[in-house]
Design a protein around this ligand. Structure first.
Ligand code: NAD
Ligand code: TYD
Length: 333
């Protein structure tokens, strides 16, 4: 199978590429990535010399580049996105361009080239905050921030291409991922790396917001299953099944690092902060997937990775990230 993966230099996409090349000797991968601040070719060092892997530097909103990269592939997996809620609050332009217009550009090319399978990588955040129970795939979309709204826009276009053009699309909506290679703007790698440097951990609001954590390799296994065995036109929720309050998660990280809780710094809440996400995952469970990694062990493994890969995150934290962090947390202190 010949795959086009977009956004493959980012966190989840790079794990997915390595997973596919390792597991399927007959599969090849073209990785189309714009290399925004979040794209990092270091994530793909292990496969860069692999003949079944090819990197194309380009934007998913560029129709000519997309058509070129997509010609002759058996499936497209769209991981490319602006992915951080706090950045979407500072400015949403790029979110609309990539998450909505970029998705549209991919769908148009896939329709024109009659691509047999298109998988959109989406998020539980499109459902908005879930105060009680868990949401199924047919729940209404109620995004509360520009990031989740732009992802919801992409999802609606994908569904429309199924209804109107019968483009064989599938959508995965996963809960919060964590693991090695995650850009240190998201809570887990931010808190691990800050703690390693004995810096404060900015915990938003009362710290009691709930996220359902999913180890990145479990998400890759689920996406793999949806790619190979999912039913076209269907949406699949992918949840870790481990709901944790941010304060509990923060204490667990500090414990793993042997750092004091005095590093926790309560800061002003994120505007529009979703209280809780919770997915009903019956559909993906019946397809034959369950998370294989337990949160405690996977978190310990993740902490170990950041401890051992300072050379990966130090240049990031002292580069572009520095100005972003100052801006982000200046008005929250
Ligand atoms: P990331 O921010 O780490 O990586 C995004 C990648 O997309 C980067 O390599 C970047 O260079 C690339 N990219 C951005 N704009 C592009 C464009 N216009 N053209 C081509 N490439 C572009 O993101 P991630 O955490 O790996 O998330 C991957 C996907 O999974 C996203 O669609 C995100 O919405 C979704 N998702 C993420 C999570 C999570 O917890 N990280 C949870 C659920 C869903
Ligand atoms: P994040 O990792 O940004 O993922 P998302 O907003 O997509 O769920 O945030 C996860 C949770 O952690 C969310 O409730 C916001 C909170 N948070 C903090 O308390 N402090 C931080 O510095 C960050 C980045 C997040």
């Amino acid at each position: 199978m010949k795959l086009l993966v977009t956004g493959g230099a980012g966190f989840i996409g790079s794990h997915f590429i390595r997973h596919v090349l390792r597991k399927y000797p007959g599969h090849s991968v073209i990785n189309l990535d714009k290399l925004t601040y979040a794209g990092n070719l270091e994530n793909l060092r292990e496969v860069e010399r692999e003949p079944r892997y090819r990197f194309v530097h380009g934007d998913i909103s560029d129709a000519a580049v997309v058509r070129d990269a997509m010609r002759g592939v058996d499936a497209v997996l769209n991981f490319a996105a602006e992915s951080h809620v706090d950045r979407s609050i500072l400015g949403a332009d790029e979110f609309l361009k990539t998450d909505v217009l970029g998705t549209f550009t991919l769908l148009e090319a896939a329709r024109e080239l009659r691509i047999p399978r298109y998988v959109q990588i989406s998020t539980d955040e499109v459902y908005g905050s879930v105060e009680h129970g868990a949401v199924r795939e047919n729940a209404p979309l109620r995004p509360s921030n520009p990031y989740s709204a732009s992802k919801a826009g992409g999802d609606l276009l994908v569904s429309a291409y199924w209804a109107t053009h019968r483009l064989p699309v599938l959508i995965t909506r996963s809960s919060n991922n964590f693991g090695p290679n995650q850009y240190p703007e998201k809570i887990i790698p931010l808190f691990i790396t800050n703690a390693l440097e004995d810096r404060r951990l900015p915990l938003y609001g009362d710290g009691r917001n709930v996220r359902d954590w999913l180890y990145v390799l479990d998400n890759c296994a689920a996406i793999d299953l949806v790619l190979h065995a999912g039913v076209p036109g269907e949406i699949y929720n992918i949840g870790g099944g481990t709901e944790v309050e941010n304060i509990v998660l923060t204490r667990q990280i500090l414990r793993l690092l042997g750092k004091p809780e005095s590093l926790i710094q309560p800061v002003k809440d994120r505007p529009g902060h979703d209280r809780r996400y919770a997915l009903d995952c019956h559909k993906i469970h019946s397809l034959g997937w369950k998370p294989a990694h337990e949160l405690g062990a996977a978190l310990a493994e993740t902490v170990r990775w950041y401890k051992e890969h300072e050379a990966w995150w130090q240049p990031i934290k002292s580069g572009e990230f520095k100005a972003y962090y100052a801006k982000q947390y200046a008005d929250r202190a």
